[in-house]
Design a protein around this ligand. Sequence first.
Ligand code: 5AD
Ligand code: SF4
Length: 443
Amino acid sequence: MGNKKIHIITFGCQMNVHDTERMKMIMKHEGYDWSESPDEADLILLNTCSVREGPENKVHSQLGRLKPLKESNKELLFGVTGCVAQQKGEELIKQISYLDLVVGTDAISSLPDVVKKVKESGKAVVQTEFQEREEYQFVEIDTDYNFSKFSDFVTIMKGCNKRCSYCIVPYVRGREISRPVDAILKEIEMMAERGVKEITLLGQTVNSYKYNGVDFASLLHKINEINGIERVRFTSPHPKYFTESVMDAISELDKVMEHIHYPLQSGSNDVLKHMRRQYNSELYLSQIEYMKNKMPQLEITTDIIVGYPTETATDFEETLKVMKIVEFDNSFSFLYSPRPMTPIYDMEDPIPEDEKKERLYKLKELQEEISKSRTSKLIGSIQEVLIEEENDGRDKNQFSGRSRGNRKVFIDDITGYKLGDIVNVKIISGSVHALKGEIVSPK
Ligand code: 5AD
Ligand code: SF4
């Protein structure tokens, strides 16, 4: 009999993408090979997101779509992992009769045990307990396990100690715990040995990292010393911990890329205060100014919530104002979505739906204009690109990678170079989402 097969469908953020990889690795030890399609899998997991209602609802529609597979294969196991698993636990089993397991965000390592228990008992199993700080173990990556060839994620902390009024994350990801420095450095060294060139440090508020006196800035300094690693990124920083030493490290360390994903959420101080964001627009803007003075080529992307229950038309204008000052390269904007467990879940929401949608439309229109203008400034410039992928083109294959500023760059011809090389590319055209260019020289 051949190996068993696992298929995981991932929703949400990079944290979840990385958790999926870790679950693949853990289940490989148990004899489960990866299956590209759910049709051939013996175990199908939905690694879920509950940050807004939209992604949460996808769990139910996706499971419904997969249900026929279960009817044709009685051995097949269905599981829900990630944030919705943590949020709903037992309730999911009650709602979805054909679900076999629910594994929360702290319980990834117990996945093999849970699968065994389900098989032995023939009953659904739920594991959603948070681990205490003293017991919490970060999943260590096997020395021979390749997540991705040239660019990979490294978890440096888990959970979140902030209590932003709208956000469910602290309740589904638990308290913040920083991973030991040595384990982080060891993992990155191991990745470098396998040929990884770029790493992205992951944490809910990544720059609040602190372990035995090592803060985020000193961690960046240590990582910058690792031979073989050429590029360092991180996501997402919180303005409260964007200290001068963090900003100086970003601008001074050659391997730290000139891109930050810097969630603003709102440009209005009244709204920020109600959101309990712990900064105001003046602080945010002064940090951006400090960084741009040191790194004029810095690219900045952001997250913005539109239609927060207390957001007035004037508050919204404040957000547009900040957007115009910062000139974000791109922004991810979301309509406010009330989330269970959060302090403002039940709050009255006086803004009419049409008004919210109009605001969102306006914001997206402004962003498009800014993005276009930012992109046009890159045409003709030389951008350093890590060639990461070969993509199927219509007539011939194309290659793609990312610039230091995190723009996707397409290249038609890489003759003389190979995947994993870092090259200088002259940009010949571009849209909001991608640039196109030709290689002019090695890095
Ligand atoms: N409603 C809308 N957007 C939200 N986000 C987080 N919680 C909510 C919510 N309740 C957005 C924030 C965050 C991003 C990941 O999702 O902008 O930065
Ligand atoms: Fe979604 Fe947030 Fe959970 Fe990531 S941490 S999966 S964005 S709810």
